[in-house]
Design a protein around this ligand. Structure first.
Ligand SMILES: C[S@@+](CC[C@H](N)C(=O)[O-])C[C@H]1O[C@@H](n2cnc3c(N)ncnc32)[C@H](O)[C@@H]1O
Length: 247
């Protein structure tokens, strides 16, 4: 078999071509640094990617829902960041701790409840009709799957669903990880959907009817360190969904 492994090379990249920073840290990252949320480039470094993806929403009137408000001592830094970046948006934070209500203010709404409960999530969705949803709550495998399965189908076309701290999928049950509370990790579940999208739902893994339907609504997936973002299509790829093999 041909050896395709990369060879050591002394070549310096970009000696000839233009050097372009496609994903620079911008205003959203600076706002995140100001509020000291760990989403900034000082820690997880998510905001460069999110700004690239979410900038078209910047001056829109819409609702942004984040699951997980954070410790009281931190004063809801991510919710305040979204409020500053999206001047016309309504920001909704969900948390299981009643104390999170303290961070309600103009354009920031707090809902108290368990983000692992589909009925609660659906009620919150119906109240605010968010276009962007970000899951930064418990990071438990089952909760991340339940959140995505419940809320992604409810998003409008052009909506975005983000799941953070996906690296918890790689912390094993066998090592006693608190996140490993289900038979399948979020990444394993998500990767099956991703495979179905990449192969246009023809030769990929066998999915349930519901999973095939979800895959047919996925327009694009952005994956970076510890975070995935999913953009919803304007309409489903009905032919793919109808002809996909089912579990
Ligand atoms: C990582 S912190 C959120 C940080 C915040 N998004 C930020 O970036 O500043 C996670 C939050 O999720 C909340 N949480 C944990 N399990 C939850 C659940 N089952 N439902 C709702 N909130 C939960 C915790 O109380 C905590 O405040």
């Amino acid at each position: 078999m041909q050896d395709l492994s990369p060879k050591d090379t002394d070549e310096t990249p970009n000696e000839v071509g233009a050097v372009v920073n496609l994903l620079p840290a911008g205003e959203l990252d600076q706002l995140a640094q100001d509020t000291e949320t760990d989403k900034s480039s000082k820690r997880h470094d998510y905001m460069r990617f999110y700004e690239h993806l979410l900038a078209p929403y910047r001056n829109q009137e819409f609702s942004f829902l984040e699951l997980g408000v954070g410790l009281p001592s931190r004063r809801a830094p991510s919710l305040r960041t979204w409020k500053a970046y999206f001047p016309k948006a309504r920001i909704i934070g969900v948390d299981i701790r009643p104390g999170a209500r303290d961070f309600e203010e103009d354009r920031i709404h707090i809902e108290i409840g368990n983000a692992a409960r589909p009925r609660f999530l659906k009620r919150v969705f119906r109240s605010y009709q968010p276009s962007i949803i970000l899951d930064d709550a418990s990071h438990f495998w089952s909760h991340q799957i339940i959140g995505f399965q419940t809320l992604f189908p409810m998003l409008p076309p052009g909506g975005v669903y983000i799941v953070e701290d996906v690296h918890t999928s790689f912390l094993a049950q066998t090592e006693g990880s608190q996140y490993a509370d289900y038979s399948e990790s979020f990444w394993s579940y998500f990767n099956r959907l991703q495979s179905a999208v990449v192969c246009a739902q023809r030769h990929g893994p066998t999915l349930s009817i519901e999973e095939n339907r979800i895959a047919s609504w996925i327009d694009a997936i952005f994956v970076t360190r510890k975070s995935v973002a999913v953009v919803k299509r304007q309409s489903p790829r009905r032919r793919e969904w109808m002809s996909a093999p089912e579990a």
